[in-house]
Ligand binder design. Structure first.
Ligand code: PLP
Length: 749
């Protein structure tokens, strides 16, 4: 349960941070002590905004660094919308206060992009600018998972910002700097903005959200010491009157690092997750609303003749804070009601959306460790798989374009993503905006979660009751195998997300579609949250009349069930029927998800099908192996186990470092299969061994130990596809790919 607690602590802290921002804008202690107020609003309060940036760093930036523009864009759009709404909200107040009098276009842009159109709103453009800047820096500087170059760049920006903020007094003493800063200040009023302040904290969020083996005591000590240092720094700067503004300090960076790690390490146990999720929204609204509440409280003080409301700084602060909190809670609740109401044109659903996918980023289940991307190809040892990032991207776009926008891709990343490497693939897919996955086993799901895959994860197969706790711990959705399995799940007693499997004719898993009564009973089970209902079509790949008729019957049975359920007053959750072949042959049946497997990897099951859909998909995987040695086999000599091959004349042979334990089917022995070397075909001779195979390289010039043999993929003008291999081995590409061994390295190219 540790992962979830972490997030709860972040959510709680968001409220505290919002309260600190309100303090910054109301100065609670001015009626009592200027120093105390300085401490609260200019020192302690300064952790609030960096904290918000870091949350964005953890949940958004860490997903798009080095690619994934869609993720950055989605976030930017969301913030831009919020900013737009806030601008409108504050327009009347700003006009009333005379903020926009005599404003030229240049000044208008300055406000819009840097300073914010109202004093607290700078945060939104800063967020947008910061995220875009970090994205761009990532493209330039983020290589091989090494975050240090971008951090260095963001650090330089922050240093420049410091000299324009808290340390301006120093910069101003150097004439050149003074001129430079004065010039900059015509573009923006403060260096506390999206360029100089946001990037470092967005990246610090990425860094600090990774698990580190630092003890709680050390974290506390680090926080305390750096916070004392920051306090000293702030009071000194104030004493020497060096501050032009006071948002940025040197020691703010270690303070935030320790604080964030501490929050992640010490989350409190909680039962009511939904309410916590709510806190994120409430904190946002407090942030947006409190300046309006300041105006309201002042007005109210006059109206009800209670001057103390405005005059005593502490009472004023509390009034504004409480007022904002109430307004924020009301708005957040209204938002939830709106979100829960069925939208016109979409299917209403009964159960709440999956927490991991519908929750704001702040709530998502763990996203820290990234799957390791291995070193570049030349460092690969004996045998490896190359994943073509561009091909994957192409297939995702192609498949999305074949489906209506309401249908989300739910890639099947079971069996190590059909041999491609589930962590590597899921991470890339997540960067491409994919937010739902399906796997075969609970362990596969848990592994994805542990490595930072959030969003929805559906387990398509059987989970043993002893492993039910993992479903809760990792927020995995379980397929209901049948009615009695549903009872078992329900008896576990904790809330479990499920999709009901419906058997419409495959007769593998799923409750029979004609048993509407039992399926209705599953919906009513106390502890099951039914997120979806699906069936699997077992002949959607054939276009024979018999196959099509069978599919029609399956589909009809599924729709019949939906209408039966409706008659019983059960509105249907998300539904899905299509796997890869279904997308090609029955796109009109797209429900809410397409459980796409083999097609996503750019192949279809057979060579004939692949030819039929040629040009649409690109193979994602290549399989390669090192040539271990080259030698001459003299006429009459035999090679390999069982001496199945004998040389008719002198010939050149090579041993390649891959065998059936790596997934090279033994059926390809003795000339049934071949590999590609230097653009030529080299037949496999003799029996394939567990870890090695021997190939005939006669007639291929200049082959040396250390060269590469291509087992699946291109070499020169030749290509061997997974389907070719499958055909030679008498199976389908799905089997070839999913059996590729764990000891193969998987690298992204
Ligand atoms: C594996 C699987 C899929 C994916 O199938 P493809 O044909 O590879 O797209 C879809 N749905 C279910 C239930 C599966 O088991």
């Amino acid at each position: 349960m540790r992962e979830k607690q972490r997030y709860d602590s972040l959510d709680r802290f968001r409220i505290l941070a919002a309260a600190l921002v309100v303090a910054i804008h109301t100065s609670p202690f001015t009626s009592y002590s200027a120093d105390a107020d300085f401490f609260l609003t200019r020192v302690l309060g300064r952790i609030a905004v960096p904290f918000f940036f870091m949350v964005t760093g953890q949940f958004v930036v860490s997903k798009f660094l080095g690619g994934g523009f869609a993720i950055a864009l989605r976030y930017v759009k969301k913030i831009a919308l919020l900013y737009g709404a806030a601008i409108l909200l504050y327009l009347p107040v700003g006009i009333y206060a005379g903020h926009y009098k005599g404003l030229g276009i240049a000044d208008g842009l300055k406000l819009l992009i840097f300073d914010g159109t109202f004093y607290h709103l700078w945060y939104f453009p800063a967020c947008i600018l910061g995220v875009l800047l970090v994205y761009a820096m990532g493209l330039l500087l983020y290589k091989n998972q090494d975050i240090r170059p971008i951090i260095a760049a963001a650090g330089l920006l922050y240093a420049f910002g410091l000299l324009g903020d808290s340390y301006y007094g120093l910069a101003a003493q150097v004439p050149v700097l003074r001129v430079i800063y004065e010039a900059f200040f015509t573009v923006f009023s403060y260096t506390r903005n999206g360029i100089f302040m946001a990037p470092i904290f967005l990246l610090l969020g990425v860094v600090a959200s990774k698990k580190r083996e630092i003890g709680i005591r050390i974290l506390w000590a680090g926080l305390l010491i750096s916070f004392l240092a920051m306090t000293e720094e702030a009071f000194l700067l104030r004493h020497f009157e060096l501050q032009r503004h006071d948002s940025m300090y040197i020691f703010l960076i270690p303070v935030m690092f320790f604080l964030y790690q501490l929050l992640l390490a010490t989350g409190a146990r909680t039962k009511n997750k939904r309410r916590l999720r709510h806190l994120g929204t409430i904190s946002t609204w407090i942030y947006i609303l409190h300046p309006a509440m300041i105006v309201v409280v002042r007005g109210a003080a006059k109206a009800v003749h209670l001057p103390v409301l405005a005059e005593n700084s502490l009472i004023h602060y509390l009034a504004v804070l409480i007022g904002s909190a109430i307004a924020a809670t009301v708005l957040a609740a209204a938002g939830q009601l709106l979100a829960a109401a069925p939208k016109a044109g979409t299917k209403p659903r009964k159960s709440a959306p999956h927490p991991a996918s519908a929750a704001p980023p702040s709530q998502r289940v763990k996203a820290s460790a990234k799957p390791r991307k291995s070193a570049p190809p030349f460092q690969c040892g004996r045998a490896w798989i190359e994943i073509d990032h561009k091909a994957l991207q192409h297939n995702v776009s192609m498949l999305r374009s074949m489906l209506p926008p309401s249908c989300k891709l739910m890639p099947a990343v079971k069996a190590d993503a059909y041999g491609h490497g589930a962590l590597l693939l899921s991470d890339e897919l997540q960067k491409m905006g994919v937010s739902a996955f399906c796997v075969a086993s609970v362990q596969e799901g848990a592994t994805l979660r542990r490595h930072g895959i959030d969003g929805e994860i559906l387990i398509l197969g059987y989970t043993h009751p002893q492993e039910f706790p993992l479903l809760c711990q990792y927020q995995l959705a379980q397929t209901v195998i049948d009615y009695s399995y549903a009872k078992q799940l329900n008896n576990y007693g904790a809330s479990i997300h499920v999709h009901i499997g419906v058997d419409t004719g495959m007769h593998r898993i799923g409750e029979r579609s004609e048993n509407a009564g039992q399926i209705a009973a599953i919906f009513a089970m106390e502890h099951l949250m039914v997120d979806g209902m699906f069936t699997h079509l077992c002949t959607s790949d054939t276009q024979s009349p018999r196959g099509q008729a069978y599919t029609d019957a399956q589909v009809n049975a599924f729709f019949q069930l939906l209408s039966d359920l409706k008659k019983r007053g059960i509105t249907c959750p998300k539904i899905h029927m299509l796997a890869s072949y279904g997308i090609f042959n029955y796109p009109q049946l797209a429900g809410d998800y397409a459980r796409v497997g083999i097609a996503l990897y750019g192949v279809l099951s057979t060579a004939a099908d692949t030819r039929q859909w040629q040009g649409k998909l690109q193979p994602v995987l290549s399989l390669k192996a090192r040539i271990a040695t080259v030698k001459t086999l003299y006429a009459g000599e035999s090679a390999g186990y069982g001496i199945q091959f004998t040389a008719g004349s002198d010939m050149q042979i090579a041993t390649i470092a891959i065998g059936y334990a790596d997934g090279l089917p033994r059926a390809l022995s003795c000339g049934a299969g071949s590999v590609l070397i230097k653009g030529h075909r080299a037949p496999i001779i003799g029996r394939i061994c567990m870890d090695q195979a021997i190939v005939d390289i006669s007639g291929i010039e200049g082959v040396q130990a250390g060269d590469t043999a291509v087992i699946i993929g291109r070499s020169g003008t030749l290509e061997i596809s997974a389907c070719d291999l499958a055909q030679q081995a008498g199976t389908i590409s799905n089997e070839i790919l999913s059996r590729l061994g764990a000891r193969l390295e998987r690298i992204l190219v």
